[in-house]
Design a protein around this ligand. Structure first.
Ligand SMILES: *[C@@H]1O[C@H](CO)[C@@H](O)[C@H](O)[C@H]1NC(C)=O
Ligand SMILES: *[C@@H]1O[C@H](CO)[C@@H](O)[C@H](O)[C@H]1NC(C)=O
Ligand SMILES: *[C@@H]1O[C@H](CO)[C@@H](O)[C@H](O)[C@H]1NC(C)=O
Length: 511
């Protein structure tokens, strides 16, 4: 899970709840195999640099805004990713595990502060060496690298110098960084995602302020010292969109013909449902989907932000110049979606009467369920089908990669192998089946990546919840991996086995 917007208080409540995994009815009788998917459909699993690498102060890497944040004690349990799953030292062993599992692809991100430690300027030779090693090791095992250029770990130096993404200078520095990636790795990397979840990073970092760089203003955020929740999330998103478009046009002009890769970006794909079937709530859910998904997809596919955002946000929503819009429009070969759950929303039109409004106020909705992710009720595969259909109908059926999908369980940091995860196998089976149904129904979905490869630092949960196909013993110096039921199950499917109901359909864990 890349990022989960909920207040800290809310997340604590969630963590205290008994985690009971809902059991869906059995999959349809006809056995599905991997061969039923369209030719070229990619199955993989993923991670991100800050979450999995560790070695945060090694070989020239400098801090990112996430190091600063975790070192100030803001993560659950005071967790940091200083060591986490230690992939920096264990990448060879990890590639072997990926190869044994039989995945086509591994999704990972490059740490900007490892490659260009000060954010701009000198490229770190040790950083180049590490990613070259990882990429080569993957290719040696026949695994495609699918690389995210930026996954939340902005170099702290750029935050200090000009407030990071709040400044237009970010666009230039990001483009130069992306250029270094394309130039050095693009001969071997054929799938690039420019940004991970840029539709949610601005909410956590600049509206509610509970994630770095913790900018916000009262009454919207918690412990805000600076920032402006009514304006900054929109400015940051504008700069992220322009940075994305700038990197894509650079790639297309300078590299794509020669290197033959594809480029896109990865959004959080939470699907908003009406809490009741009143016309007001149905409209509210549509509005929230425009704010959440349309914030990026509308400019990318239709040009400009969604009309409802123009109307409700007004002069606080930045404008594109004609030239910028030309760059943004159509600037993707595929769109990645990280999908976990539905959110249930109710209309709250009175919010529009408030003079000072943040994102949720402008959307004029309130959440009736835990927003974006519900630990008590993780498996609703039909929600994924609805979201894919929405993309098909509303955004001209783009090529979609499901870049993250997976189930959380209370972590077993001691490496207690007795905690097995049949429920996760079951979850994956249901979602892979839903993906096939959408594909058969005309969705242009072309990839599916399980989140996550191994247990690792989670942005919202620290080490309290894990999503890994493999568990990690975080108490051992070696960060020993152990194979879970779900890894065996996924391997069976990837080797051509039938997608069939898991014998033990569900399991309840208590904290
Ligand atoms: C945030 O910006 C709005 C719009 O420019 C302004 O009215 C408001 O006073 C600002 N709030 C803070 C806390 O600076
Ligand atoms: C779980 O979520 C799904 C979809 O969001 C919903 O239809 C279902 O009623 C929920 N189940 C429970 C037990 O809350
Ligand atoms: C298939 O697509 C049609 C047309 O978009 C839609 O009405 C239907 O609900 C979809 N079915 C599934 C299973 O996604």
């Amino acid at each position: 899970m890349s990022w989960l917007p909920a207040t800290r208080a809310l997340s604590c409540v969630v963590l205290l709840l008994l985690l009971v995994v809902a059991v869906a009815p059995p999959a349809s009788a006809a056995a599905i195999t991997r061969g039923d998917f369209p030719t070229g459909f990619v199955f993989g699993t993923g991670s991100s640099a800050y979450q999995i690498e560790g070695a945060v102060a090694e070989d020239g890497r400098k801090p990112s805004i996430w190091d600063t944040f975790t070192h100030s004690g803001y993560s659950p349990g005071g967790a940091t990713a200083d060591v986490t799953a230690d992939q920096y030292h264990k990448y060879k062993e990890d590639v072997k595990l990926l190869s044994e599992m039989g995945v086509d692809a591994y999704r990972f991100s490059i740490a900007w502060p490892r490659l260009i430690p000060d954010g701009r300027g000198a490229v770190n030779a040790k950083g180049l060496e590490y990613y070259n090693n990882l990429i080569n090791e993957l290719l040696r095992h026949g695994i495609q690298p699918h690389v995210t250029v930026y996954h939340f770990d902005l170099p702290q130096a750029l935050q200090d110098e000009y407030n990071g993404m709040l400044s237009r200078k970010f666009i230039d520095d990001y483009t130069v960084y992306a250029d270094v990636c394309f130039k050095n790795f693009g001969d071997r990397v054929k799938y690039w995602s420019t940004l991970n979840e840029p539709n949610i990073e601005p909410i956590g970092g600049y509206d509610q302020g509970f994630f770095p760089p913790q900018r916000c203003s009262l009454p919207f955020g918690i412990s805000c010292n600076n920032g402006n929740s009514t304006t900054e999330p929109y400015i940051v998103t504008h700069h992220l969109l322009l940075a994305h478009a700038s990197a894509v046009s650079l790639y297309k002009e300078k590299y794509q013909d020669k290197q033959g890769g594809k480029i896109g970006l990865t959004l959080l794909g939470s699907w908003n449902k009406p809490a009741t079937q009143t016309p007001e709530d149905i409209a509210a859910a549509a509005r929230m989907n425009d704010f959440h998904i349309g914030w990026y997809m509308h400019p990318l596919v239709h040009g400009d932000y969604p009309p409802v955002m123009r109307k409700n946000v007004g002069s606080r929503l930045p404008s594109f110049t004609a030239e910028e819009l030309k760059r943004v429009l159509g600037s993707f070969d595929f769109v990645g979606f990280n999908h976990y759950a539905a959110s249930y929303v109710k209309a709250d039109l009175s919010k529009l009467d408030q003079k000072l409004r943040d994102y949720m106020g402008d959307a004029a909705v309130r959440f009736e369920s835990v927003p974006f992710f519900d630990l008590k009720n993780q498996s609703s595969p039909w929600v994924l089908r609805e979201m894919l259909e929405h993309l098909q109908v509303k955004y001209k059926n783009p090529v979609v990669m499901i870049h993250e999908n997976g189930a959380a369980s209370v972590a077993d940091p001691s490496g207690d192998k007795a905690l097995d995860d049949e429920f996760r196998s079951r979850y994956l089976q249901d979602y892979i089946e839903a993906t096939l149904q959408s594909s058969r129904n005309g969705s242009n979905v072309q990839g599916y990546f399980v989140w996550s490869f191994v247990d690792m630092f989670e942005f919202l949960f620290g080490y309290r919840m894990g999503f890994g196909l493999y568990g990690v013993d975080f108490n051992s110096e070696e960060r020993t991996r152990y194979r879970r039921h779900s890894a065996k199950w996924y391997a069976g499917f990837l080797r051509g086995g039938e997608l069939r109901p898991v014998a033990v359909p569900g399991q309840a864990y208590s904290q």
